[in-house]
Design a protein around this ligand. Sequence first.
Ligand SMILES: Nc1ncnc2c1ncn2[C@@H]1O[C@H](COP(=O)(O)OP(=O)(O)OP(=O)(O)O)[C@@H](O)[C@H]1O
Ligand SMILES: [Mg+2]
Length: 253
Amino acid sequence: MNQLVINNVTMRFSGVVALSEVSLNVNQGEIFSLIGPNGSGKSTLFNCINGFNRPQEGSISYNDTDLVKSAPHNIIEAGISRTFQNIQNVPFMTVLDNVLLGAHNRIDTQFTLKRWFLPGNREKEEAMALKVMDFLGIVNYESKFMSGQPYGIQKLVEVARALISQPRLILMDEPAAGMNEQETFEIARIIREIREKLSITVLVVEHDMNLVMSISDRIGVLESGEIITIGKPEDVKNHPEVLKAYLGEGFDA
Ligand SMILES: Nc1ncnc2c1ncn2[C@@H]1O[C@H](COP(=O)(O)OP(=O)(O)OP(=O)(O)O)[C@@H](O)[C@H]1O
Ligand SMILES: [Mg+2]
């Protein structure tokens, strides 16, 4: 069974303790949301899972892979990909080429050159990119330049880039940030379809409480680098610390 196991992870940046003894598991097929105030350590936890940050203490494993000891491209090989809180698209490239950037990460650096000479590789990757873009409803943007595309499209290109490596687990850092109500509704549908149609486990960081409550099987709450509770949406939204942190932000409790 595919499972992400995070055990007692502590991550410090000189004086700042970004994560303190964080433990949580994400089960295969789950939509698990991570919530918490700004600076509580959500993105840092993603960075620890995908190998950008190395926690000083604790362990993170995905099935048989020790993620703390793995390089980011090996973590993609192990079946985990991610989107970023701040859009990482290249404006002067086409939408298709932006999506294809995610396929390049699958290739070990020593094979990069060989790969470009292997006939059919580009075609195979393009076919996969178009399939993923079709799934997300952005296939018509294929040859358009990234620059000037609406924000909602840019966010979906990020998702496409993460999906092209055919992950078993996707980490999505604030997929609905900056989106209007209609786009947020659409991203909720897409997240459910990623799980249901593509059988990909989803770990999502989000501030939009209505979105989180509507899509999640379980929710973990981070505050000042510590997990304060993990549970089903109905339990988490009635947790006293969560009510204290989010009351007045207008989510439909
Ligand atoms: N590379 C870094 N160097 C130093 N401090 C860092 C670094 N990355 C994160 N931090 C600090 O770690 C803490 C957690 O930051 P993080 O970005 O994980 O929060 P977050 O929960 O994702 O916040 P937000 O909701 O605003 O995105 C913050 O105090 C931040 O300043
Ligand atoms: Mg963040």
